[in-house]
Structure formats: structure tokens, C-alpha cells
Design a protein around this ligand. Structure first.
Ligand code: SF4
Length: 388
């Protein structure tokens, strides 16, 4: 595939992405991390407005969502004065089910598949509470979230002011689903890819790379705002941090790049963990890419350093597993409360989450990249036997 020159990208768009990175870096962490997080969410949406200005449909939506973010942030701040910590982001693992069996898949390693999954009604009630509490956007993952595509479409139609970031392997994206996504600009599909065809297929399955490219072309055809997600390992690092990979993904229409550091849930895969040098370089690269390309570049957990470390346990996000257990993070499957038994508001008052947040020193990123996974013995020790 031939590589296009970068001159084709608009200076204003590049200036916008430079702005986002500058904001975050300049304001390194203080106690006001939650308002900084709200600011960085708004800054990201402003950049999306610039990227989508050539598409009136997406531009109108992004502009409306920016005003929604302001109201949501104000709602969270009001609840904070009442002592309730509402994170701007709620991560849902909608299902255990998946049509792939990738090496090192955290869901397959951590979560018991036999537990019953939340019903459509329970999901609808939960998302309704998210809106009432001022949550800004939902990350929907799994397993493969699109095995519950009808519920995702139902929820996005019911709550057009909420952003749904769908982390999917892309294999279930077809013409009819792309058509539906095209009508719901508050859905942002983010397709997983490991870098080259060889790397993607060796971790996922033969033919996955081609299937993902086909899905990207369908999303581009329907003028959807979408992106790609890369699990960054020591092996694929040179490829996925290279200009060729990024330029190819931009040609395929990606306008958001999520770099998720690999967490060695399977002890035998520690060798895949990126090195400390790669980690510090990655944060620098992502800033450089924001200067160079008209796209949003997000590093996880790298960007958390701008907010004083790990944003789990409600500082920036929480995780709800398929059966409704509220957990501090997808990589920390520990919980003292289930949202099918109590309201989300009450669940956010979880003593377990509060104790994690109040031990800030344990949340600063350690050698393993994921503070909670690295300190999982300490996390589980905080858990009281009693489960509400
Ligand atoms: S697609 Fe995702 S959930 Fe499914 S096996 Fe692969 S990593 Fe796991």
C-alpha cells in the first residue's frame, strides 16, 4: 500500500490536536483532576468538531455534544459537593461472549463466563441513571459487544446526548449495521487491530485483518466518526508507533487512535509488556502524532499520568462487568456491589472504591503500567467479605 504525504492534512485540524495535548500536559496533576478531566473531554470534542467540520451531520452532533458535556460536568460537580464521586466515564463489559479467542484476552482470563448477563431492561435502567448522574460517555466492550448490537442501538437511540464508544473486533460490522450507525452519530465504533496483517492475524485469527479493513471501509462509506484501538505490546510497538501504520489507518478513515498498553493478565505473557523506555516514548509519540495528524490520540493508561495516575475506582471511570458487578477497572475484577441489586448512585458510594481512591500512592503508575493489576493483592485485601 503506498503512503500519502502528510501535507494533505489541514493546518487548523493539526493545530486543534496540538491544543488538546498542550492543555493536558501543561496542567499536570492537582487535586482538581476531575475538572481537568472534564476539560480534556471538552477539548477532545472541540477537536472532533474541527475534524468533522466538512461533514455537517457530524459537525452538528459534535457541537451539540459539547454543550451536553458542559451540563454533565456541572451535574457531576454538584453531586461532588454532596460527597458523591461520579466519574465522567463508565465502562461496560456487555457480554462474555465473543466470536474470537485472542491470545492474552483479559476477559477470557479474568471473568467467569457462567454468571448471568444483565438484561436489556437492566441495561436501559442503568444507562438512564448514568444520564441522570452526569456521566459523559460510555465505553462498551466485552467479549464482543456487537453480539448485543440491538441493545446498543436501542440505548443509543434512547440517549442521543450520551456518547457510546464501542470497542469491537469489527467482525460483526456489516452493511446494515453501518447504515444504522450512520443514523446514530453518538456511536463511535473503535475497531481493534494489532498493527500489520501478520500481527493482527497471529494474535486474533487468520483473515481478521482483511475483515477489519472491510469494516473500516463500510464505516467510512457511511460517513461515521470512528477509530481504531491497538493493544500495544513489546512486539508490535515499532509497527503501531510508525507513521506508515497511522497513515494507512487515516486513509481508511480512522479519526481516533486508542493505544492501550498490554496488561499481562496471563503471567506467562509478561514478555509482551512494553519496556519503561517504550512507555515514556509512547506518551511523547502520541503528543507528536497529535501535532502531525488530524485525529485524536489517546494513550491508556499513559494519559492518566497527566491526572496524577490511575483514574480507576471512580476517579475518572468505573467498570461494570456483564453481570452487573461494579469494579474499579476492567483489569481489577474485584467488587463489593452489584448494580442489578442497588441503584448506580448507591453503588458509587461503595466503601471499597472509596478506599482505593484514598490510597493515592498505590495508584501512581508502577512498572507494570496498570497500577491496580500490579497491586492486585492489595486491592483484593481491601475487599470486605460482605457483598451488598
Ligand atoms: S476480540 Fe476481544 S474479547 Fe474477543 S477474544 Fe479477542 S480480545 Fe478477547
Amino acid at each position: 500500500m503506498n503512503t500519502p504525504d502528510t501535507g494533505s492534512f489541514g493546518q487548523e485540524e493539526i493545530q486543534a490536536s496540538r491544543e488538546v495535548r498542550y492543555r493536558v500536559d501543561k496542567g499536570s496533576v492537582s487535586g482538581i483532576y476531575s475538572s481537568r478531566l472534564s476539560e480534556s473531554i471538552k477539548a477532545s470534542i472541540r477537536q472532533v468538531i474541527r475534524i468533522t467540520r466538512s461533514d455537517p451531520f457530524l459537525l452538528i452532533t459534535a457541537t451539540r455534544l459539547l454543550s451536553v458535556q458542559k451540563r454533565a460536568a456541572a451535574r457531576r460537580e454538584a453531586l461532588a459537593t454532596e460527597g458523591l464521586q461520579v466519574p465522567p466515564v463508565v465502562m461496560f463489559s456487555l457480554t462474555h461472549q465473543c466470536n474470537l479467542a485472542c491470545h492474552g484476552c483479559y476477559m477470557r482470563s479474568l471473568h467467569r463466563a457462567e454468571t448471568p448477563e444483565m438484561t436489556s431492561d437492566q441495561l436501559m435502567d442503568l444507562v438512564s441513571e448514568c444520564v441522570d448522574l452526569g456521566v459523559s460517555f460510555l465505553v462498551m466492550a466485552g467479549g464482543e459487544p456487537l453480539v448485543r448490537r440491538n441493545e446498543i442501538l436501542m440505548l443509543a437511540r434512547a440517549y442521543p446526548d450520551l456518547i457510546f464508544a464501542i470497542f469491537t473486533n469489527g467482525l460483526l460490522v456489516d452493511e446494515s449495521l453501518a447504515t444504522e450507525f450512520g443514523k446514530l452519530p453518538n456511536i463511535v465504533p473503535i475497531l481493534s487491530i494489532e498493527g500489520t496483517e501478520e500481527m493482527t492475524d497471529s494474535r486474533r485469527r487468520e483473515g481478521t485483518y482483511e475483515a477489519v479493513l472491510l469494516a473500516l471501509s463500510l464505516l467510512k462509506k457511511h460517513h461515521i466518526f470512528f477509530g481504531c484501538s491497538v493493544t500495544v505490546t513489546r512486539e508490535n510497538y515499532p509497527d503501531v508507533t510508525g507513521d506508515q501504520f497511522i497513515q494507512e489507518m487515516i486513509v481508511h478513515g480512522c479519526r481516533l487512535f486508542a493505544y492501550v498498553e498490554y496488561v499481562p493478565i496471563d503471567e506467562g505473557t509478561r514478555g509482551l509488556l512494553i519496556s519503561d523506555e517504550q512507555r515514556s516514548d509512547l506518551n511523547r509519540y502520541l503528543s507528536g502524532f497529535s501535532d502531525q495528524y488530524p485525529a485524536l490520540f489517546i494513550g491508556f493508561p499513559g494519559d492518566e499520568e497527566n491526572f496524577g495516575g490511575c483514574l480507576s475506582a471512580g476517579r475518572g471511570f468505573i467498570h461494570i462487568n456483564p453481570s452487573g458487578d461494579l469494579e474499579p477497572c476492567p483489569a481489577a475484577p474485584f467488587s463489593d456491589v452489584n448494580v442489578t441489586r442497588v441503584s448506580l448512585r448507591d453503588a458509587l458510594g461503595s466503601d471499597f472504591l472509596a478506599r482505593i481512591r484514598s490510597n493515592h500512592e498505590m495508584l501512581t503508575e508502577s512498572g507494570g503500567g496498570c497500577a491496580l493489576w500490579t497491586n492486585r493483592k492489595w486491592v483484593s485485601s481491601l475487599l470486605t467479605e460482605r457483598k451488598i
